[in-house]
Design a protein around this ligand. Sequence first.
Ligand code: NAD
Length: 515
Amino acid sequence: MTAEFKNEPLTDFSQPQNRKAFEAALDKVEGELGVEHPLILGGERVKVGRTFDSINPAKPSQSIGKFQSATTREAELAITAAERAFEIWKRESPARRADLLFRAAAILRERKHEFSARMVLEVGKSWAEADGDTAEAIDFLEFYGREALRYAAEQPLTRVPGEKNELRYIPLGVGLAVSPWNFPLAIMAGMTTAAVVTGNTVILKPSSDAPAIAYRFVLALEEAGMPPGVVNFLTGSGGAIGDFLVESPRIRFVSFTGSKEVGLRVNEKSAQPRPGQIWIKRVVAEMGGKDFILVDETADVEAAAAGIVAAAFGYQGQKCSACSRAIVHRKVYETLLQKVVEKTRALTVGATTSAAVNVGPVINAGAEKKILQYIETGKQEGRLVAGGEKAPGEGFFIQPTVFADVKPDSRIAREEIFGPVLAILPTSSFEEGVKMANQSEYGLTGSLYSRDRKRLEQAREELHVGNLYLNRKCTGALVGVHPFGGFNMSGTDSKAGGRDYLLLFLQAKSISEAV
Ligand code: NAD
């Protein structure tokens, strides 16, 4: 019997031995930087003669590693390798497939700090954020392993005389997993292994801003016993190979997490059948957010301010669940604003190799430019009360920035900025606040802080987001506890880390025998 699923505990960095162990992991990973990484296609190491560098956003002159710029030729080879592996892997017992995930979880647990340290260097996560990401990856492996066993068990059906009936869940085929850089281990690992544990084989195309973490994860899968071709590691630009893979008639499903723009493109291209294609491609697309925290006049203002600052600036605001709109009742507006500004100013910005830093760099030069442009827009649209500039240092550092008195129809209140920028919007009533909160093309996460029981109940009905939180911040969803996914332009509401998720990678076969 497999033990009941439990979330992986987080590391307590106030303990000196944990800090020391993490520093040692950082040293070890720093010693491994800059080397060239091949593609992994059908277990073979493949080089293509053209590479790109993944860089440290806190120190752009430092290469994390060189990665292959795959072309459509390697993309085709990846599909062939995945097709070959599928013929064997689909017949593998669910128990063995689940065991692969459990063994990979054990490897990640054993080398937890190394995986987290690599995230500090490759994507600028703070120690705590990186540790949370690794813990979430372990959770996905443990949770989806158990879920695969549940779907493999006998499924309840209504009995009729004269027939023996069963319902089996079978895999779809060869899929494409396209992952983002912001949860470079957890989301990448979750998307990939959910597909694999259900008997599919995949081409994993990680973000070009975080390929090193994905590469190490694929090595961990190999070490755990994954047969060649089950996960094929393919790096390269989304533009160069993304469309080609998405459009291929040999791809059965696409699991995508990233921006709205790319997600919609993937959805559109997948819908178009190509010559030789005999199925409707299935698309799982998890996209952006413009998440809110609503604070009414009865709320615990101190708790709300702490929740807003943590959700707005954790990982530099680069979470799909990050709070980018605080909607605050006028009666508590000034008090809350003051607290938010105080807490924001207390944050330290810099390279997250230091344990004391809360706010690291944004991911790359393009993101830095875009966020700074939004800050300029914000200066026209609201009252700047904290930050508002680039922060010193070689890296892509931006001061945590807060704009007050923002109007609901302004750009900084509507568009996903994906950086450390918070808009605060005043509201005159709870009802108006709910309306403002729902006034978005997105619908991913949201919170309400209130002491009014009636309003808390009303919020359950009326706040239209995939993940709603009451009297707590809108980030930090836990696998198994808060299945995650959004409404509207936030995506297909796949509910990653929930009991419906594996169904997205399965099809049900109903078998009836006369007896
Ligand atoms: P992105 O859309 O720029 O890239 C995502 C992935 O798509 C990358 O691997 C990229 O290389 C690839 N890609 C680019 N063009 C492609 C194409 N034409 N065909 C196929 N693939 C292509 O997003 P990002 O910057 O990596 O991530 C940030 C975005 O992701 C934000 O909008 C954030 O809200 C969203 N996100 C959503 C969730 C969620 O669960 N809803 C979780 C994390 C991130």
